[in-house]
Ligand binder design. Structure first.
Ligand SMILES: Cc1cc2nc3c(=O)[nH]c(=O)nc-3n(C[C@H](O)[C@H](O)[C@H](O)COP(=O)(O)OP(=O)(O)OC[C@H]3O[C@@H](n4cnc5c(N)ncnc54)[C@H](O)[C@@H]3O)c2cc1C
Length: 527
């Protein structure tokens, strides 16, 4: 019998309000209001509540538990993801996956836990003035996060990952095992639908329970519309209660707070600031939002691959991430995704009979993805979070020729790798693509494919930036402790604070910097 951590906590008296059940308007007070309960918000909640501060955590998504996680895409996507996992950039060219539930994206992520690359931190120091964030200075926080969340290399590899390793090995390319944030993982492979066994050490089962045990209050299905700002200071926020389908209800909540931590994620945090008309003298808000836009390549093998089973990611290759230096041509990291039917059906190109034949071969399909490292080059400036007429956010992310060149090279590398691993056919994901049976045919095809929005298939589960930290006020909204430069009582602690993308999966970078900045904040607020 799997222990339901959430049901037990609620029965033991955790203070939780579900916006869908609220009968009348509320007015609440606390020392710290935390907006968002994902990687940044979860860590902040534990640190600040355990420091003895009164904390309210609010999330626009629902509070779910292991019992609700049924390993069913059709249920998980509408329940746990922003826009039912169909969020897209403004021109619809890049699919964006983000969590929308208590625990945020950590509840649905694939558990890969990598430290921020040294070259990224060096670039931030030199180019963005993040002088305090060296690898040495962050090491204790990486270690704390790794201990807290059980992060260790995962050595049992499914065939999808095994073929990535095999291809790298055959070509002499570097590859490494993935460290994961799991304890007693059953190796099911359904991490993206919420962990049914509580093995994944997401914020839902670690820091949020710890914060609630320390007396914090949780408001789920309550969306922060605006921050309450006057006299260059933040005094709290105005919230909208949501119903079970995430639609606004008539009920409103006001929270008055000594300090606000904005942790609504990249896209979510800039959106709250934009809706609040927060001061932004250098017009930086929401700009330089990054995605690691990812191109994909399918490969058919004679044997079954069963890419839906087992730890989703257990091998990666950094062969091409830094090959030309941080500021050279676009680098890319090679990984695999889990291959579940809805995910595949919505990401694979083609339609009709061709699409149906691809879907029928799902158990023989290996998929490799290449995550483009954006934001390090002057021609790679990322996207901009904008508000629609109803105040909801959308990311405008035009793709530069610099990134398209990276995308083409990445498609070539992936096809080469898949044939080296023994693929019988390879299918670069593109509207004008076809199945090819040899590396030379793949090369010919990929060199001719037009690299264009909506033709080349792109997706991302890594949203970063939009509220950048740094040393220069003309280039950054926040200092390195996450304090908003133009308003007192406001910090931002989540993935939106990065001045570039990372060149690595983001969760451990967010945990470590959140631990650092939340601990510094707790010291200041306790005085
Ligand atoms: C499918 C998937 C797989 C991934 N796999 C990995 C992986 O293997 N390794 C890795 O390192 N990273 C992975 N990631 C990314 C990683 O989980 C995120 O980068 C990280 O969780 C971001 O943390 P955050 O605090 O910035 O935002 P989030 O964790 O996304 O949390 C933000 C929270 O804010 C809430 N929110 C937003 N707006 C409001 C508002 N106005 N009012 C109230 N609440 C609001 C949201 O509902 C959400 O819960 C994955 C992500 C996804 C979606």
């Amino acid at each position: 019998m799997i222990k339901d951590i959430i049901a037990e906590g609620l029965a033991a008296g955790w203070r939780h309000i579900d916006g869908a059940g609220l009968q009348k308007d509320q007015h609440l007070q606390c020392d710290v209001l935390i907006i968002g309960s994902g990687a940044g918000g979860g860590i902040s909640a534990q640190v600040l509540a355990q420091a003895g501060l009164t904390v309210i955590v609010v999330d626009e998504g629902p509070l779910k538990s292991s019992q609700d996680f049924k390993m069913q895409e059709r249920q998980a996507y509408p329940d746990l993801y922003q826009e039912s996992a169909a969020r897209k950039t403004k021109d619809k060219a890049i699919g964006i996956f983000q969590g929308r539930c208590v625990g945020g994206s950590t509840t649905v992520n694939w558990t890969t836990s990598l430290r921020t690359p040294d070259l990224t931190l060096q670039h931030w120091q030199q180019r963005w003035g993040c002088k305090q964030l060296s690898s040495d200075a962050l090491r204790p926080y990486f270690e704390q996060a790794e201990q807290l969340l059980g992060i260790e290399p995962w050595l049992s590899t499914n065939a999808n990952n095994g073929l990535l390793a095999k291809g790298c090995h055959a070509l002499g390319w570097s590859y490494q095992p993935v460290p994961r944030n799991v304890r007693q993982c059953w190796d099911l492979g359904y991490c993206g639908m919420g962990c049914p066994t509580n093995a994944k050490q997401s914020m839902l089962v670690t820091t949020i329970p710890a914060a609630l045990n320390a007396g914090a209050r949780l408001l789920s299905r309550c969306r922060v519309e605006t921050l309450d700002i006057s006299k260059q200071a933040v005094h709290g926020a105005s919230l909208q209660a949501l119903d079970q389908q995430q639609r606004p209800r008539k009920v409103k909540v006001k929270v008055q707070a000594r300090h606000v931590v904005l942790a609504a994620g990249a896209i979510g945090s800039p959106a709250v600031l934009l809706r609040s008309q927060a001061p932004d003298p250098y017009l930086l808000m929401g700009k330089r939002t990054f995605l690691h836009p990812s191109v994909m390549s399918g490969a058919l093998f004679k044997q079954e691959v069963m890419s839906h089973q087992g730890a989703p990611q257990s091998v990666y290759s950094d062969q091409f991430v830094w090959s030309d230096g941080a500021e050279g041509p676009c680098g890319y990291k090679l990984e695999v995704p889990p291959v579940h039917p809805i995910l595949l059906a919505t990401k694979t190109s083609g339609f009709g009979r061709f699409h149906s034949e691809m879907m029928q071969q799902i158990n023989h399909l290996q998929v490799t993805i290449a995550l483009l490292r954006d934001g390090f080059h002057e021609q790679s400036v990322g996207g901009e979070v904008q508000l629609r007429g109803d105040g909801s956010p959308v990311l405008d992310y035009p793709i530069s020729d610099f990134l398209w060149r990276g995308a083409r090279r990445a498609l070539l590398s992936m096809a080469e790798l898949q044939f080296a691993a023994g693929a019988s056919k390879v299918y670069p994901l593109h509207e004008q693509s076809q199945l090819v049976s040899s590396w030379s045919a793949a090369k010919q095809l990929i060199e001719q494919l037009p690299m264009q929005a909506l033709a080349t298939r792109l997706a991302s589960a890594h949203v970063m930036g939009g509220c950048p930290m740094g040393g220069d006020e003309k280039q950054s909204l926040l200092n390195e402790q996450g304090d908003f430069r133009w308003l007192t009582n406001l910090s931002v602690i989540d993935g939106s604070i990065f001045p570039t993308s990372l060149g690595a999966n983001p969760q451990l970078s967010i945990y470590a910097i959140a631990l650092r900045n939340a601990q510094l904040l707790a010291k200041r607020l306790r005085v």
